[in-house]
Design a protein around this ligand. Structure first.
Ligand code: HEM
Length: 167
C-alpha cells in the first residue's frame, strides 16, 4: 500500500482549521450572551488564544497542499493548473486567508478595546452601538469563512477529475 504522509498532515490541518473556526464562533456567541463584562473580556482573550492556531493551520495547509500537488502530478503529462477544481480551490483559499488576516482580527481587537473601556468606565457614549456594529461584522466574518471552508471541502472531495460518484 502506498501512503502519503503529507496527505495525512493535510487532513490534520483541515481538522485544526475547522476547530479554530467552530471554537471561535462558539466563544463569540458566549461573549455576546455573557452579562459580566470581566467574563466577556476573559472569553475574548480565550478566543484570541485559540485564533492563534489558525495561521499555523493555514501555513500547514499551504505546505501540505503544495506537497499534495507534487505527489498528484508526479509523472503526469499535464500541469497542475489543468485541473479546474484545484485552481478554484487555491483562489478560494487565498480569499479565506486574506479575510482571516486582515478583516477578522481587526474586528476582534476593535470590539475588545471597547469592552475594556467599558470595564474601566472610560467607554465613549456610543459604546453599545459600536459593540453592536462589531457583532454584526463578526457574524458576517464567520459566515463568510465557514462558507468558504465548506466550499473548499466540497470542491476538494467532488472536484472534476477526482473521485467520481456522489456517496
Ligand atoms: C481550507 C483549506 C483546504 C481544505 C479545507 C482542503 C481540503 C482538502 C480535502 C478534504 C482533500 C481530500 C480530497 C479527496 O481526496 O477526496 C484535499 C486534497 C487535496 N488538497 Fe486540499 N484543502 C485545503 C487547502 C489546500 C491548498 C492551499 C492546496 C494547494 C496549495 C491543496 C491541495 C490539495 C491537493 C492537490 C489535494 C489532492 C490530493 C490527492 O488526491 O492526491 N489544498 N484537500
Amino acid at each position: 500500500m502506498r501512503v502519503s504522509i503529507t496527505f495525512v498532515f493535510h487532513l490534520l490541518s483541515i481538522g485544526t482549521l475547522m476547530t479554530t473556526l467552530v471554537a471561535g464562533f462558539i466563544l463569540d456567541r458566549k461573549i455576546r450572551r455573557e452579562p459580566d463584562i470581566h467574563l466577556k473580556i476573559y472569553t475574548a482573550g480565550l478566543s484570541k488564544s485559540i485564533g492563534l492556531l489558525s495561521p499555523v493551520a493555514a501555513i500547514l495547509l499551504l505546505l501540505t497542499g503544495i506537497a499534495n500537488i507534487h505527489n498528484r502530478f508526479l509523472g503526469y503529462p499535464s500541469e497542475w493548473y489543468s485541473e479546474g477544481w484545484l485552481v478554484a480551490k487555491i483562489i478560494l483559499y487565498a480569499v479565506m486567508v486574506f479575510n482571516g488576516m486582515f478583516y477578522g482580527p481587526g474586528l476582534m481587537r476593535g470590539r475588545l478595546k471597547v469592552l475594556r473601556s467599558q470595564a474601566e468606565q472610560s467607554a465613549p457614549t456610543n459604546a453599545d452601538s459600536q459593540i453592536r456594529s462589531y457583532n454584526t461584522q463578526i457574524t458576517l466574518f464567520y459566515a463568510v469563512q465557514i462558507m468558504l471552508f465548506l466550499l473548499i471541502v466540497y470542491i476538494s472531495v467532488f472536484g472534476t477529475a477526482k473521485h467520481p460518484g456522489a456517496i
